[in-house]
Design a protein around this ligand. Structure first.
Ligand SMILES: Cc1ncc(COP(=O)(O)O)c(C=O)c1O
Length: 434
């Protein structure tokens, strides 16, 4: 059987593309478009691949914590929990979603460079596993919250390792000029460590970094891991404390376009593992618990989006625009980062990819594109398009711009497709209008 993009997508005798054996043209007919469709088995494979790679490198002293920002909806958390995956959250909304899905709060940690007092209280009150502090003022706020309740809270803080990730500037976060974290070289990070240590109700347990997203080079991960572990040891030495957790972030790049070569999960984790084990030997200590936070790489490839083509505009001496019934409202990544996507005509997926076309969204914005200059089957009105790799940062970044209702998420599991997030209605759109 011919596969496309990943082995989960197959092209049948009738030329239709299927996900985990379900004909996506039929799925579009049954549920309508636009629609996000996800493969539960692919999600689970990713959970297991990360867990295996981490265990191989770090034994039992490791955790895989899914970065909720990539995709946050209730259906996901029971799947993660059943695979032994922890999670991070970056807002009260993500925390609320995880809690409503009955995810163990002890298996959550909370990030963010400007968490509100209400969010900190919510986190403390639910018994969250840890809070990753990211501002001096936040230390004082959290101490006050914990003192008022006479409880202790486990905390880490965010460090900038000074590593520049080779990715889009908007998703590069490890360099010194970043709104996130405290610099090592300028002494800010050590000052933050001392400040946390002075607090009576905060249990200072470790440090965290995240160098950026959609990172392909192994070198950035290796350098960040070494710098972070060395700094971890320096804090312990200078402040005479013992910490037990080092979070090295997420950011593992994924394949969007056929030419992308992001490498395997294994080689990324093995690279970090090798550096960390060597450093531990040099420093003469065992490694603390090592935590990774994959977001995009956990969910991206497991999802696709189905659209219906409304019109095709072939401009003489210009582009051919294929307009679909969604766009930047369900996938703003082209508008934000000029991120390109791969697609096929789902009902003629076996036909030659013989025409250069641009997939345009339906919003009143020229920048509302899904894919630019993509070679795929000549599309016509009524065709179903399948856009690959939309599992991450699509649903979670979707909006109601132009008052377009958000699509549903359909989950395929054991040959059955079901709606796990329902399609928004016009009534939903005016729900909060007073
Ligand atoms: C702190 C933190 N951890 C993890 C991630 C996940 O990154 P990715 O989705 O690229 O794996 C992010 C993304 O911005 C992040 O800010």
């Amino acid at each position: 059987m011919k596969t496309y993009y990943s082995e989960h997508f197959t092209i049948g005798e009738n030329g239709h593309i299927s996900l985990d054996g379900l004909d996506l043209v039929k799925v579009a007919e049954e549920f309508g478009t636009p629609a996000y469709v996800m493969s539960e088995s692919h999600l689970r494979e990713n959970c297991r691949a990360f867990t295996r790679a981490m265990r191989r490198n770090f034994g039992e002293r490791c955790k895989v914590a899914y970065a909720s920002k990539a995709l946050c909806a209730r259906f996901l958390y029971p799947i993660l929990a059943s695979e032994g995956i922890h999670a991070d959250v970056v807002s009260g909304g993500e925390l609320y979603t995880a809690l409503k899905a009955e995810f163990d709060p002890k298996h959550l940690h909370f990030h963010g460079n400007n968490k509100t007092v209400a969010e900190l209280e919510m986190a403390v009150d639910c018994g969250i596993g840890s809070i990753i502090l990211d501002a001096m003022e936040e230390v004082d706020r959290l101490e006050a919250i914990c003192a008022a309740r006479d409880i202790h809270q486990r905390v880490l803080f965010r460090v900038k390792p000074g590593v520049h990730a080779d990715t889009h500037a908007f998703i590069s976060t490890g360099q010194n000029d970043s709104k996130f974290g405290f610099g090592i070289q300028d002494g800010e990070a050590m000052r933050m460590a001392r400040h946390i240590l002075e607090q009576e109700h905060l249990d200072f347990s470790g440090i965290h970094c995240h160098i950026g997203s959609q990172v392909f080079s192994l070198d950035g991960f290796a350098r960040a891991a070494k710098i972070m572990f060395d700094f971890f040891c320096q804090i312990e030495r200078e402040l005479h404390i013992t910490m037990d957790e080092l979070i090295v972030g997420g950011g593992f790049g994924v394949k969007y376009m056929p030419e992308d070569e992001p490498g395997t999960f294994d080689e990324k984790i093995d690279t970090m593992g090798k550096v960390l084990r060597e450093e531990a030997e040099k420093q003469g200590r065992v490694l603390p618990e090592i935590v990774i936070e994959p977001g995009r790489s956990m969910v991206c490839a497991a999802g696709c989006t189905l659209y219906t083509v409304g019109s095709v505009r072939d401009i003489r001496d210009g582009r051919c625009y294929v307009s679909v019934d969604g766009g930047m409202t369900d996938n703003p990544r082209f508008a934000l980062y000029q991120a390109n996507y791969d697609a096929v005509v789902a009902n003629r997926a076996a036909a030659p990819r013989d025409k250069l076309q641009t997939i345009a969204g339906r919003c009143c914005e020229s920048g509302d594109l899904v894919a630019r200059d993509l070679q795929f089957q000549a599309a016509k009105a009524g065709d179903i398009l399948c856009v690959f790799a939309t599992g991450a940062y699509n649903f979670s970044m979707a909006s109601n711009y132009n008052r377009v209702p958000r699509p549903p998420i359909l989950l395929i599991c054991d040959g059955v497709v079901r709606e796990v997030v329902r399609r928004e209605t016009y009534e939903d759109l005016i729900h909060n209008d007073l």
